[in-house]
Design a binder for this molecule. Structure first.
Ligand code: SF4
Length: 322
């Protein structure tokens, strides 16, 4: 099988469950999550902290650390279930076919190696190219992410780069093997707004240039509106709604999505949610959102809603639409 199917799906996640086995109990950080990612699209996963979006991203690359474990599900990529691969096979996928950029560029770069060495290392580890070829390619990549004077910058160390520049280096590193999918976990949240916009523009441009899919994790609605093609909304370990950007912003169906979007500037009738997000150790029975939902009714506390396709391509998990 090719790395994409006839619908252009490059990654298909079904029933993914990632739990953390802690002394306090089992934290169901990701619980029966399913979604597809299509070639060349930017898919945003949005949710509050603790909603499971980062654990979902880490699960895709099997980078979840102890006491976490993927207990169920399928992650189909390039005709294979990533959960069936050996660690060695998985290492070949990471960085080469699916790359990831983390939130904090400062801790992702090694202070004792030059920027150039670190990007070249990412390539020579995967592609079997010579050091000379790698160096020439690093210059190209640094230019691509708008770092001026790449020949000089190659020999500099991370502390000589600003936060925005470091994140560009991380992007260059992630692109070095021309991945089919780039996972970006809040990559701009530590940067100021102007730099953020420049980096987002860079993502949009690079995805076109490389025709790669981007899974973009964020809690920031402004970022989603700016960058996404499709959006999946997570709450307490599950996806509660997914649709393309226009549908989500113009016709949000799930009461949680409606509350999130009501906080955008210019929106009338802000919906303030009461209470805290419940503990994922003991998620509420029935609909997980019922303890905070302004529209709940009898059935919500007892029966878990199923995911329904309400409008073509617009999925929602809520009894109001069943
Ligand atoms: Fe609210 Fe009920 Fe829908 Fe859950 S199922 S989001 S509690 S209306």
């Amino acid at each position: 099988m090719d790395s994409e199917n006839e619908l252009g799906t490059v990654l298909s996640v079904t029933g993914l469950c990632t739990y953390f086995f802690t002394k306090k109990g089992i934290v169901k950080a990701v619980d029966n999550v399913s979604f597809d990612v299509r070639k060349g699209e930017i898919m945003c996963i949005v949710g509050e902290s603790g909603s499971g979006k980062t654990v979902t991203a880490l699960s895709l690359l099997r980078l979840v650390e102890h006491p976490g474990r993927i207990v169920e599900g399928k992650i189909m990529f390039d005709g294979k279930n990533l959960l069936d691969l050996t660690l060695r096979e998985m290492r070949d996928i990471r960085g080469k076919k699916i790359a990831m950029i983390f939130q904090d560029p400062h801790s992702s770069l090694d202070p004792v190696f030059t920027i150039g060495e670190q990007i070249a290392e990412a390539m020579t580890a995967h592609k079997g190219i010579t050091k000379g070829e790698a160096k020439a390619r690093v210059y190209e990549l640094l230019k691509l992410v708008d770092i001026p004077e790449p020949e000089r910058r190659f020999h500099e160390y991370p502390h000589q780069f600003s936060g925005g520049m470091k994140q560009r280096v991380m992007i260059a590193m992630a692109l070095s093997c021309k991945p089919l999918i780039l996972i970006a976990d809040e990559p701009t949240s530590s940067l100021d707004v102007t730099i953020q916009a420049l980096i987002l523009d860079m993502f949009i441009e690079l995805r076109k240039k490389f025709n790669m899919a981007i899974i973009y994790i964020t809690h920031d609605l402004w970022v989603i509106r700016y960058i996404s093609d499709r959006v999946a909304v997570m709450y307490l370990g599950i996806i509660v709604e997914s649709a393309d950007k226009k549908e989500i912003f113009e016709n949000p169906l799930h009461p949680y999505t409606q509350a999130l979007l009501s906080s955008l500037p210019g929106k009338k009738g802000r919906i303030l949610l009461k209470g805290e997000v419940p503990s994922p150790v003991n998620p509420p029975e029935g609909c997980r959102f019922h303890s905070r939902c302004p529209k709940r009714f009898d059935r919500c506390e007892k029966i878990e809603p199923e995911m329904k396709e309400v409008v073509s391509g617009h999925f929602v998990m809520c009894h109001l639409y069943s």
